[in-house]
Design a binder for this molecule. Structure first.
Ligand SMILES: Nc1ncnc2c1ncn2[C@@H]1O[C@H](COP(=O)(O)OP(=O)(O)OP(=O)(O)O)[C@@H](O)[C@H]1O
Ligand SMILES: [Mg+2]
Length: 375
């Protein structure tokens, strides 16, 4: 199981709290920005509790459509609604004797929140369409990255449920406020990724590490983890330099909205988009360099630059208003161009199967573009 790692005073205190509360049945609210480690804390609490051999059911409340959330959580009786062809147990019944982790609790509709309150207080509920009370013994851990007190003020979250949940509140501060954890997590993520993929880490220069420590990590530990993986993949067997790090952590230079590059759900498709987005950011860095060169040319310092570079300068201005598909297409064309349209090479760099890359080429009709050349 993943432990909550950290040398900072905040993480040491949180680990102490986890040890204190884990053996009890008290419900817990975990708060903090996205990617700070809320799920890691929930897992640790379950693992250190006397329920550890019983199920831990993780429910991402924000991902369940409003129309089916009650039947997912509490189950339904046969015939309760069209399509309910048989009785179905919900997550609360599945978690009986164990723990239920209600992630993104701030996204639960108000009507369902009443039912949560009842389960919290009595351990009882009814299946959708059912008439019989069902009793469960479930420990509840909830998490959110929303400001629940603000949601209460705006009447999006029930005040009684909020106070009931937050009797024990574990708040995980953002990574930028836990500088001592950054180096430790960096080493850990690098080591885990390298050993899992049979890779060797050649090291990192001090100024590059300082930059990492002082960066503000808007996507917190999740962003640091993604960063560690990308940097190893893109710079194998090379000591990481300040410039390599800056290329990845470009956001300050190009003023992108901070939330954009961090894709939160872990589907294959979003990972792919995340990766392409990072490639796009690198592309933007190159464009900025080209722009600088062009400025210098205008000022008479340099005298040769290709038409192709100008082409990409034009593209960079469009990026702000582009959809994700358009960005993906643009990145793909760029990657193909800089790799002489060698699909095998591009798929290797993008960590995609060549089939996938071909599928995208067909999807975006890149073949019909005038820029297309034979592969
Ligand atoms: N202190 C930590 N020690 C080890 N790994 C960590 C730590 N904090 C976060 N991680 C890792 O970072 C990633 C993100 O953590 P996690 O999923 O727990 O974040 P979260 O707060 O639940 O995010 P979200 O609000 O987006 O759901 C995971 O891969 C997790 O293992
Ligand atoms: Mg989470």
């Amino acid at each position: 199981m993943q432990k909550l790692l950290g040398n900072s005073i905040q993480i040491i205190e949180i680990n102490d709290t986890i040890k204190q509360v884990a053996p009890t049945d008290v419900s817990i609210l975990i708060t903090g920005e996205s990617g700070v480690g809320k799920e890691v804390v929930a897992n640790s609490i379950h693992e250190l509790s006397k329920r550890k051999n019983e199920p831990l059911i993780i429910v991402n409340c924000g991902a369940i459509p409003e129309g089916i959330i009650e039947s997912e959580l509490f189950g339904h009786q046969k015939g309760a609604f069209t399509g309910a062809v048989e009785d179905r147990r919900g997550y609360f019944e599945m978690a009986d004797k164990g723990t239920i982790f209600l992630d993104e609790i701030g996204d639960v509709p108000l009507s369902t929140q009443v039912k949560f309150l009842r389960v919290l207080e009595t351990g009882e509920f009814m299946r959708v369409g059912g008439t019989k009370k069902i009793s469960v013994n479930v420990r509840i851990i909830a998490a959110t990255n929303k400001d629940l007190s603000g949601e209460v003020l705006q009447k999006n979250f029930r005040e009684d449920l909020y106070y009931r949940l937050r009797s024990i509140n574990i708040y995980i501060p953002p990574l930028r406020e836990r500088k001592p954890d950054i180096k430790l997590l960096f080493d850990y993520f690098i080591e885990t990724y390298c050993s899992g993929n049979n890779l060797k880490f050649a090291g990192i220069k001090d100024d590059a590490m300082d930059f990492i420590i002082n960066y503000n990590w808007p996507g917190n530990a999740r962003e640091l983890k993604n960063f560690c993986e990308s940097i190893i993949v893109l710079h194998p067997n090379k000591v990481i330099e300040l410039e390599d790090v800056k290329k990845h952590l470009l956001f300050d230079r190009i003023e992108m909205p901070r939330s954009l590059p961090v894709i939160m759900n872990k589907t294959k498709e979003s990972y792919e988009k995340d990766f392409l987005f990072r490639a796009l950011l690198e592309l933007k860095s190159d464009i900025l360099d080209i722009k600088e060169q062009l400025d210098e040319i205008k000022n008479g310092h340099k005298d040769n630059i290709t038409n192709q570079s100008e082409d990409f300068v034009i593209k960079s201005d469009k990026v702000k208003n582009m959809t994700m598909d358009e960005i993906e297409k643009e990145v793909l064309i760029y990657m193909l161009e800089i790799n002489n349209w060698n699909v095998a090479k591009v798929s290797e760099i993008l960590k995609q199967s060549p089939r996938n890359v071909y599928k995208k080429i067909t999807k975006y009709n890149i073949k019909s573009e005038s820029r297309w050349r034979n592969i």
